[in-house]
Write a protein that binds this ligand. Sequence first.
Ligand code: SF4
Ligand code: SF4
Length: 79
Amino acid sequence: MAKKVLKGMIIIDSELCKGCGLCISVCPHEMINVSEVLNEKGYYPAQFKGSSKEDNACTGCATCAIICPDVAIEVYRER
Ligand code: SF4
Ligand code: SF4
């Protein structure tokens, strides 16, 4: 039987984010990119790419949240 692949999602607090790009560089599924909209502090924040179920390859591994220096990422995982 095939192993069930866990699905996840993240929420990035765009006002906490300073656009350092660390989360983008570590995501194994390339599920984060840079927003085209500036936040209040004048940074282009990171944004989650998994807007639809078909596009979402996030596994909820939490690597992005662990590396974020500003604790701007919350991770949710299917159980
Ligand atoms: S939880 Fe893992 S797979 Fe999902 S966006 Fe973060 S680093 Fe990528
Ligand atoms: S690691 Fe944190 S502060 Fe840096 S771009 Fe990602 S969400 Fe923003």
